[in-house]
Design a protein around this ligand. Structure first.
Ligand SMILES: NC(=O)c1ccc[n+]([C@@H]2O[C@H](COP(=O)([O-])OP(=O)(O)OC[C@H]3O[C@@H](n4cnc5c(N)ncnc54)[C@H](O)[C@@H]3O)[C@@H](O)[C@H]2O)c1
Length: 251
């Protein structure tokens, strides 16, 4: 039995990395998946591959930092299915900068996607999630919500806010049958980390501080998102799940 049979899911930032792997796994588990991304051609390619494999997928071009895009994104789901069972708030980015040199423009860029976008999607997705009766909202935060690392301070601040948002929403949305949880990945091989990981010294340092002695793959985060999305997590809300190979457990 497929774990998301008949479910309707939407993943933001689904054109690559963790979002792409999550969208694919959800579709393989029987969901109709909306793949939303600011990279419209990327979303179309990713959805096209799923449809070619006989799975149910619809691409949406949407920048989560723009209110009108998010409105149009949920309007498309409303017209298509009238409800959302699973919503993955995954779109995110980072701009590496020493904090003392962080420009207003770079701070705005990080905040508008990682925090304002997550807030907007969580708020505007409420009506469709509550129409499900068994909704699951998954916010992709980061191990950096709880750790400090040079040039990631602004990013950390947005991710810490996402974990706080998750706890509040778990309480506010519970009466409407919606569970809300956060995923905290460690360091995962994706486009987001590719540039930093090209530096062997950085990769070695990160591997050395990970208990499992390797970085993660997007599919390993997707499998935990599947757990939170499914009925197997029916009593899990307001939780933060680390998917970090033991990095946050290590000294
Ligand atoms: N890769 C890691 O090590 C890691 C660790 C912890 C948390 N995360 C988080 O996981 C999430 C996914 O990151 P990833 O590593 O897969 O990165 P990625 O760069 O591979 O994918 C991010 C996707 O989000 C999309 N996106 C960016 N801005 C957007 C916007 N304004 N609107 C809609 N889509 C937008 C991009 O086009 C891209 O397809 C992010 O929230 C990131 O902060 C990643």
């Amino acid at each position: 039995m497929k774990r998301l049979e008949g479910r309707i899911a939407l993943v933001t930032g689904a054109a690559s990395g963790i979002g792409h792997a999550t969208a694919r796994l959800f579709a393989e588990e029987g969901a109709h998946v909306y793949l939303a991304d600011v990279d419209g051609p990327g979303a179309e390619t990713a959805a096209g591959e799923l449809v070619a494999a006989g799975l149910a997928a619809t691409p949406i071009t949407a920048d989560v930092s723009l209110g009108q895009d998010v409105t149009a994104m949920f309007r498309a789901v409303e017209i298509g299915h009238g409800r959302l069972d699973v919503l993955v708030n995954n779109a995110g980015l980072n701009v590496r900068a020493d904090f003392r040199h962080l420009s207003d423009a770079d701070w705005a860029k990080i905040r508008e996607v990682n925090l304002d976008g997550v807030v907007r999607v969580a708020r505007d997705g409420f009506a469709l999630l509550s129409a499900s009766g068994r909704g699951s909202l998954i916010n992709v935060a980061s191990i950096m919500a709880h750790r400090g690392l040079r040039q990631l301070t602004a990013y950390s601040a947005t991710k810490g806010a996402v974990t706080a948002l998750t706890r509040g929403l778990a309480v506010e949305y519970a009466p409407f049958g919606i569970r809300v949880n956060a995923l905290c990945p460690g360091f995962v091989h994706t486009g987001l980390t590719a540039r930093a990981l090209k530096n062997p010294a950085i990769e070695r340092a990160l591997v050395d501080s990970t208990a499992l002695r390797r970085l993660g793959q997007p599919e390993e985060v997707a499998r935990v998102a599947l757990f939170l999305a499914s009925d197997e997590a029916s009593y899990v809300t307001g939780a933060e799940l680390a998917v970090d190979g033991g990095m946050s457990a290590a000294l």
